[in-house]
Design a protein around this ligand. Structure first.
Ligand SMILES: Cc1cc2nc3c(=O)[nH]c(=O)nc-3n(C[C@H](O)[C@H](O)[C@H](O)COP(=O)(O)OP(=O)(O)OC[C@H]3O[C@@H](n4cnc5c(N)ncnc54)[C@H](O)[C@@H]3O)c2cc1C
Length: 252
């Protein structure tokens, strides 16, 4: 029987004969195949996470007078880098929104990132004199894989009917489209010329040095799992802050 399960959190995916059993907050679903497209796959505990790293990027939306800039898609590839977009609002309104992002950092490696919004704003004001008030600020996570293409296809070390779409970097629009095409073909047993290039099980050859560096960097931030947490108890966590407190012994 077909049923819709929108707005439902999947908690666990497990083999059930030739099916996959998806345990959700609203009950169990038995399916012939699962495609995990959750930005980074929540079902995969190891393989994919050794091949990509999560970075947080920061964005502001600044009001500018209408027609003061052409509709652009632009990057500053310096270090740090910035990306720029223009949101054209309703023609009846007197302003558009200049969207500028950047100042990325590895997830979990900056406890006080608020200054990053100010740095983006300063960068904007130095280059765009028409910039007015900052209307929006937000941040999101981007999955940076170590060797180039995204991971679109069968989940490594899993059953053949479990697929992932991840490792988009900043090209989610392209990769999600490609991912839909590749996974559809895999499901239907149709040949697809891109399958091997985007295979999540591919060996990391190009970018091997970056791979080792990323993993060493990522693992170092979890040292408190074996060393006893960042703070001794919850009472040591300041207002508006977060920290890892070890509850019990050993690895989670
Ligand atoms: C600031 C910023 C700017 C970007 N700019 C660009 C750009 O200009 N061009 C571009 O191509 N890409 C851009 N990207 C990247 C792009 O947005 C992402 O790669 C893309 O949105 C990823 O799509 P997705 O569907 O895989 O994941 P998401 O859009 O993250 O969607 C995943 C969905 O899965 C749901 N989910 C998660 N866990 C579960 C669970 N356990 N059960 C059920 N549902 C779950 C989430 O609620 C969410 O709805 C940008 C990203 C950021 C953060």
């Amino acid at each position: 029987m077909e049923e819709s399960f929108g707005n439902t959190r999947a908690l666990k995916i497990e083999d059930y004969d030739n099916y996959q059993l998806v345990n959700t907050q609203h009950g169990k679903i038995y399916v012939q195949a699962v495609v995990v497209a959750t930005n980074t796959p929540f079902n995969d505990k190891v393989v994919i996470h050794t091949k990509q790293a999560a970075y947080r990027t920061y964005v502001i939306g600044v009001r500018i007078p209408k027609e003061s800039m052409p509709a652009i898609l632009m990057w500053d590839n310096g270090n740090p880098y910035f990306y720029i977009r223009l949101e054209l609002t309703d023609p009846k309104r007197d302003h558009d929104i200049l969207i500028v992002g950047g100042r990325d950092h590895k997830v979990g490696q900056d406890s006080h990132p608020e200054h990053r919004y100010d740095e983006i704003e300063q960068w904007v004001r130095e280059r765009f004199p028409m910039a007015q008030s900052v209307e929006y600020r937000w941040s999101g996570e981007i999955m940076e894989r170590v060797d180039g293409p995204a991971f679109l296809g069968r989940n490594p070390l899993d059953s053949d009917n479990v697929y992932v779409i991840t490792g988009d970097s900043g090209n989610g629009m392209t990769h999600c489209t490609l991912g839909g095409m590749i996974v559809t073909d895999l499901l239907l047993g149709r040949p697809n010329p891109w399958t091997s290039m985007y295979d999540p099980a591919r060996k990391v050859i190009h970018g091997f040095t970056e791979f080792v560096t990323e993993q060493a960097n990522t693992l170092s931030q979890y040292s408190d799992w074996v060393e006893g947490g960042e703070v001794g108890s919850i009472s040591h966590i300041g207002k508006g802050e977060g920290a890892i407190v070890q509850d019990g012994a050993g690895l989670p």
